[in-house]
Design a protein around this ligand. Structure first.
Ligand SMILES: Cc1cc2nc3c(=O)[nH]c(=O)nc-3n(C[C@H](O)[C@H](O)[C@H](O)COP(=O)(O)OP(=O)(O)OC[C@H]3O[C@@H](n4cnc5c(N)ncnc54)[C@H](O)[C@@H]3O)c2cc1C
Length: 459
């Protein structure tokens, strides 16, 4: 629809998971009905369409734990209200290592769950000590255990997870974790926004006159129309910087391209009841001497012959009777410009399969023989350096940002929407909200605390 001459209370720029969630909570919690979401693309079609759609409350800092716990609580509320239209499951995340004494990981657990660690963390070691461990027999989120089980007995791990390689020595089974349909969540939110009178305007915001009240220039097919808004929310995903620049602002974010593959597991390599499994140990990939020489010869591929950090992940996708599996490995650390063509790496499917077959040897059957119909896709982790989001006021009065959701924007969309809506309306915020806003950079205590983190919780 055309925007010309319209005047709304709030204009949300971007119809991905995050923009839709902000609009949803403006409608749901604050009764805002004069609201427009502006996007030239189909809703949920950019980064939000590339998500692995996993969620978890495991983080190395209690602020991120509280934030994602809130988001999971909000997703549960929607699952209940919609007869689980969002396909929420909960078999957990299994974080695996070959180290038998991963003290750093255990320390991170205690730090991340600070205040409730005694109740939530269960260490199972020694003969018979695992009798209290409850395997994730059901995918139903309402039946799932809470907290974290740390399994430290190799034979018990082997018995419980026979698909894993036998050298796995420790499993951290995060229980408040699983998958959802991010697309259904976005669709549900769009419907609630529209039924409350909200509008979706198909066009790109190419100019912003401000401060409030703002006049947005929106480029639609062949013309530029004006949209007046009392307040605006920048939820432009990888283009959050472009929109900030229209206000003469700069945000401390960069975008790093990450990839995944999905294919039909005809060999049944991955059990359908497997939790989302993440190999935390890095590795040097197992190339033949000839392959290694070719890769080492090219500056673009030489890094593939060196040690690469951990985080290879794999999970069954879709129905338990189905066959699809998803694999990913967010090892790229090089930032790129989202305005340029996507830096897809043709070697990625081979790399991730080789790496994943170290943990799940049966996947080795697919190395060099990826089934027909396999998908190779990717998108940007747009992120702040500490891997925390940016939610709250921008410098321009009346302008807000909900961005930098890196690899956690599906799971954290609901809490982000709720928090950003509260900032926009000037109502009560969760206690940790300031730490997730731009304000944190001017607080030396928060910065000092962040500097002590051993990990950023990236997966
Ligand atoms: C490979 C991969 C795997 C991931 N896996 C997970 C996962 O398992 N779990 C999880 O929680 N998260 C995951 N994520 C992260 C998650 O997908 C993102 O954090 C989330 O989708 C970001 O949503 P967004 O709304 O900010 O951005 P987007 O979905 O990119 O939406 C931004 C929208 O803004 C619009 N826009 C941009 N500029 C303008 C403009 N000037 N005017 C109007 N509109 C504009 C764009 O067209 C776009 O539609 C993954 C990400 C990737 C890349």
């Amino acid at each position: 629809m055309s925007a010309d001459g319209q005047h709304v209370e709030v204009a949300v720029i971007g119809a991905g998971s995050v923009g839709l969630a902000v609009a949803h909570y403006l409608v749901r919690n604050h009764g805002v009905s004069r609201i427009a979401i502006v996007d030239p693309r189909d809703p949920m079609s950019l980064t939000s369409a590339q998500s692995g759609e996993n969620y978890r409350n495991w983080w190395p800092h209690p602020t991120m734990t509280a934030y994602t716990n809130d988001s999971i609580r909000l997703m549960e509320q929607i699952a209940r209200e919609t007869d689980n239209r969002i396909s929420m499951t909960r078999r957990g995340y299994a974080l695996l290592t070959r180290r038998s004494d991963p003290d750093d990981l255990i320390e991170d657990l205690y730090r991340g769950y600070a205040g409730q660690a005694e109740d939530l963390i269960r260490i199972h070691e020694g003969n018979g000590a695992h009798s209290a461990y409850k395997p994730a027999l059901s995918a139903n989120w309402e039946d799932a255990a809470d907290g974290v089980d740390v399994l430290r007995d190799r034979s018990f791990i082997r018995q419980t997870f026979p698909a894993y390689a036998h050298d796995v020595a420790t499993v951290l089974h995060i229980r408040r974790a699983g998958s959802i349909s991010g697309q259904q969540l976005g669709q549900y939110m769009l419907e609630t926004i529209k039924s409350a009178g909200g509008r979706l305007i198909r066009g790109e915001v190419v100019g912003i006159d401000g401060p409030a009240p703002f006049v947005l220039s929106v480029a639609t097919k062949g013309e530029v129309v004006r949209l007046r808004a009392e307040r605006i929310v920048n939820a432009a995903g990888p283009f959050v910087q472009n929109v900030a620049a229209l206000l003469g602002e700069d945000l401390p974010v960069s975008s790093v391209y990450q990839q995944k593959i999905a294919f039909e597991d005809h060999e049944g390599a991955v059990p359908r009841n497997l939790p989302f499994s993440i190999d935390l140990d890095g590795q040097t990939l197992n190339w033949t001497e000839e392959e290694k020489a070719i890769l080492a010869d090219d500056p673009a591929t030489v890094h593939l012959t060196k040690f690469i950090g951990g985080g290879i992940h794999c999970r069954p996708d879709g129905a338990e009777a189905g066959k699809w599996i998803k694999l990913g490995w967010a090892f790229n650390e090089r930032a790129s410009d989202p305005n340029e063509p996507e830096p897809t790496d043709e070697h990625f499917p081979d790399i991730v399969l080789r790496a994943a077959s170290r943990l799940q040897p049966a996947l080795g059957a697919y190395v060099g023989r990826l089934p027909r119909g396999a998908h190779h896709y990717g998108g940007y982790y747009t992120m702040a350096k500490e891997n925390w989001p940016l939610i709250g006021p921008m410098t321009t009065p009346g302008a807000f940002v909900a961005g930098a959701l890196s690899g956690f924007g599906t799971m954290a969309a609901c809490a982000t929407g709720l928090i950003c809506a509260a900032w926009v309306m000037g109502t009560e915020l969760p206690p940790y909200a300031r730490m997730l806003s731009l304000d944190r950079y001017s607080d030396p205590a928060i910065m000092a605390d962040l500097a002590t983190l051993q990990s950023r919780g990236m997966l």
